[in-house]
Design a protein around this ligand. Structure first.
Ligand SMILES: [Zn+2]
Length: 211
């Protein structure tokens, strides 16, 4: 393996494949693994930890394969659940850092808490996926922008090559992770909407949270 190519933590792939298995069935998982050229994981999913797993390119391929194999609706369900679980698992594995954060957060006003959590999320996601994330505070809430989104690269490429366009945003996995992290910090239900997505023809992937 070429060590110059950065790899994303293994737990993301483990959680994603586990959700395909759980929600769509074992045969679907095997079908996906064959299509994605990842049969090494049939019967033995990657470890659920921070060890380097797959390249960002492979990650984006698997997401596109899930979409193209099982359809938009099934893919969305898998992405939402995988995103939520990944946020929980990352926090659990980095427990000491998050415990300090949680204690400090409780003392802060809500607005400041939201900002800190979004900054932390952007930083963590940037490190895991090797793509810059930007945080903006606008009149209608905070937005996280990912101009070179590592999740929808491959589906966007396929759409361009096949002259199709998705009629809704693709990167539910990010929206769900962000939503879960905010819920944890604020102790209430939080909805994050992907307001623009490269896969749907827009210039960048942007996620909005209305406090
Ligand atoms: Zn995207």
């Amino acid at each position: 393996m070429n060590s110059a190519i950065p790899e994303i933590p293994s737990l993301f792939l483990d959680i994603l494949l586990s959700q395909v298995d759980r929600m769509l069935g074992h045969r679907s998982l095997n079908r996906l693994l064959r299509r994605a050229g990842l049969t090494e994981f049939a019967g033995r999913l990657p470890p659920e930890d921070g060890t380097p797993g797959i390249t960002v390119e492979t990650w984006s391929n698997v997401l596109a394969d899930i979409y193209d194999t099982f359809g938009a609706e099934a893919a969305q369900s898998v992405f939402l659940e995988a995103g939520r679980l990944a946020a929980v698992e990352v926090r659990r594995q980095q427990a000491p850092q998050w415990t300090i954060t949680a204690t400090a957060l409780r003392l802060l006003p809500v607005e400041r808490r939201i900002r800190l959590v979004l900054e932390g999320f952007a930083e963590q996601s940037e490190a895991a996926f090797g793509a810059p994330h930007y945080l903006y505070a606008g009149p209608d809430g905070y937005q996280v922008e990912i101009p070179d989104c590592p999740h929808c690269t491959e589906i966007s490429r396929r759409c361009a090559a096949e002259q199709r366009r998705l009629d809704r945003p693709f990167c539910d996995i990010v929206a769900a992770s962000l939503g879960e992290t905010l819920e944890w910090a604020l102790g209430r239900r939080c909805l994050v909407e992907e307001v623009s997505c490269i896969a749907a023809g827009q210039a960048s992937c942007r996620f909005r949270f209305i406090p």
